[in-house]
Design a protein around this ligand. Structure first.
Ligand code: NAD
Length: 498
């Protein structure tokens, strides 16, 4: 095996032996090449033991006709190294191009997106000097399934899928992360007052798993007020765990609160693979000008070093970077009249960090990553016996262009098959029959609920018979959703106003 000997950080001056860790690097698009080059120079100068394979993914690959943006050779490299340090990628505008980031996360099973958001006051201007929050975002599910359909002239839909194992993994990860990293509190953000089944399950699993961590404070907040509090009172948060879309939004809010979107890095962690990046995009508006801040990608690289067990190098880089900020050596995005002493370009900022390797910040807390900082947290799923699942009805969705719910109700209320009969019609989720409010605006997309009034179990052939009868009456059936009881509990929600 190829072994390299190196001198550890100047602060300890101790001889250690490390094998270079194979990693895959992609420079990305826009500002990607500039900031990746800067970060790799810092990693080299700090003595990171890395065996780098470079791949090309992103804009050029997309424009060559590969709609995923990822060639086979890139997947091969990732299979070998399991680690990707990724510059930001431009997703070309227009239909047909799938987001490469979403593809990477899903194909590689990178279920946890971890984004530390910290303020560096007074050196980086911010209205919120005391923020030190880690956002743990679910990374594979939710509306990012990209399962979208146009169903009628007027209505399109996007399916929000939340799974129990997916939720358990991210919640367990958040609690383990908090425990290992000496954090005190985990806050869960959902919108379960509205989405009772999906967000409700996320909240419920947070309660169940949270009970296994008695030493940690736990709280739940509705996402809207939670985001508002995060923007104006971030010091009240410690670790936040949330669903994919909410996590995406709040981590940009938190990064902006910290002073610049250019400051934050993130890790995407799975059981077998991990990807490290900046949270910002490819910033085409400033590409090629040597003015981009490489700090976000550098933060991702520091998390990568912790992940692969090179804690000393991670600390050395983080401390040199903090000292650079303290010394007022700033890129344009964080330049301020009071604390900045030099407005540096991307390359010069990297030089300033390299010149400070081995130094520690004087005012900001120095980085001291505990021995347990590695983010390879193993998550074990609980097992459950399958529930008793009983079919008791069906929601049939119709494309019907008239806007009068009572007319529709009159036309289909005579349909009865076995125990199932028409109990409700909704439009965009609002009950409009029977006894709808005439003020409710209706589109051409109707849900007709056929169900047994007293939850009697029905065979699936009854569902098909209902669809057949609607079709025979000339209705355009666009989809069905079966209504089940799981261990006697309804697996469906009521209509709004029901
Ligand atoms: P962006 O993050 O690229 O830029 C937003 C703003 O922040 C711009 O004004 C930009 O100049 C500034 N900015 C971003 N990074 C900076 C840095 N390091 N230093 C200084 N200023 C910085 O967002 P966008 O403009 O919405 O997206 C541009 C492209 O990036 C799009 O194609 C988008 O799809 C892609 N994108 C990629 C990723 C990723 O690869 N992870 C993430 C987000 C967006």
């Amino acid at each position: 095996m190829d072994t390299t000997t190196l001198l550890s950080p100047a602060s300890t001056n101790q001889l250690i032996t490390t094998t270079p860790v194979p990693i895959t690097v992609t420079y990305g698009d826009g500002i990607g090449p500039e900031i990746t080059e800067a970060v790799l120079r810092i990693l080299r100068a700090a003595g990171a033991q890395l065996d780098v394979e470079t791949i090309e993914i992103g804009e050029k690959v997309y424009l060559s006709g590969n709609t995923s943006g990822i060639p086979d050779s890139a997947w091969e490299s990732l299979q070998r190294t399991k680690i990707l340090l990724k510059g930001p990628i431009t997703t070309p505008q227009g239909k047909g191009y799938k987001s490469l980031n979403v593809t990477m996360r899903k194909v590689l099973g990178l279920y946890a997106n971890v984004r530390p958001c910290v303020t560096y006051a007074p050196f980086v201007a911010t209205n919120q000097p005391n923020m030190d929050v880690v956002i743990v975002r679910e990374n594979e599910e939710d509306l990012y399934g990209g399962i979208e359909h146009r169903q009628t002239d007027e209505v399109v839909q996007c399916l929000k899928l939340i799974s129990r194992p997916g939720t358990e993994k991210i919640i367990r990860y958040a609690f383990e992360y908090a425990r290992i990293n000496g954090r005190k509190k985990v806050t869960c953000f959902t919108k379960d007052n509205i989405m009772k089944a999906t967000d409700g399950m996320f909240h419920q699993i947070f309660r169940e798993i949270g009970a296994e961590y008695p030493e940690l404070e736990k709280e739940h907040m509705i996402i809207d007020i939670g985001t508002a509090k995060l923007a104006v009172q971030p010091s009240r948060f410690d670790v936040i765990v949330t669903l994919n879309l909410y996590g995406d939004i709040i981590s940009d809010v938190a990064a902006e609160v910290s002073g610049s979107v250019g400051l934050a890095g993130s890790s995407n962690i799975g059981e077998n693979f991990a990807m490290f990046e900046a949270i910002h995009g490819s910033a085409p508006d400033i590409a090629g000008k040597n003015i981009a801040n490489p700090s976000g990608l550098l933060g991702g690289a520091v998390q990568m070093l912790l992940h692969i067990g090179q804690k000393d190098v991670a600390e050395k880089i983080q401390n040199a970077w903090l000292k650079t900020l303290e010394d007022g050596q700033h890129t344009a995005d964080i330049f301020n009249e009071v604390h900045s002493r030099a407005r540096l370009g991307t390359r010069e900022f990297a030089d300033a960090v390299i010149a400070r390797l081995g130094q520690k910040p004087q005012t900001l807390p120095a980085a001291a990553f505990g021995n347990n900082q590695q983010q390879t947290i193993s998550v074990e799923l609980r097992t459950y016996p399958p529930a008793q699942k009983d079919l008791i009805g069906v929601d049939v969705f119709l494309h019907w262009p008239q806007r009068d719910a009572n007319v529709l109700g009159e036309q289909i209320k005579s349909i009865k098959v076995g125990n199932m009969e028409l109990t409700m019609i909704t439009n965009r989720g609002v009950k409009v029959w029977p006894n709808g409010n005439p003020a409710t605006f209706c589109t051409d997309h109707w849900r007709c609920r056929f169900k047994s009034a007293d939850y009697k179990v029905s065979p699936f052939s009854d569902v098909m018979d209902i669809v057949r009868e609607l079709h025979a009456l000339g209705f355009d059936v666009i989809k069905t959703e079966n209504l089940y009881l799981f261990d006697g509990e309804p697996g469906f929600t009521l209509g709004q106003g029901q």
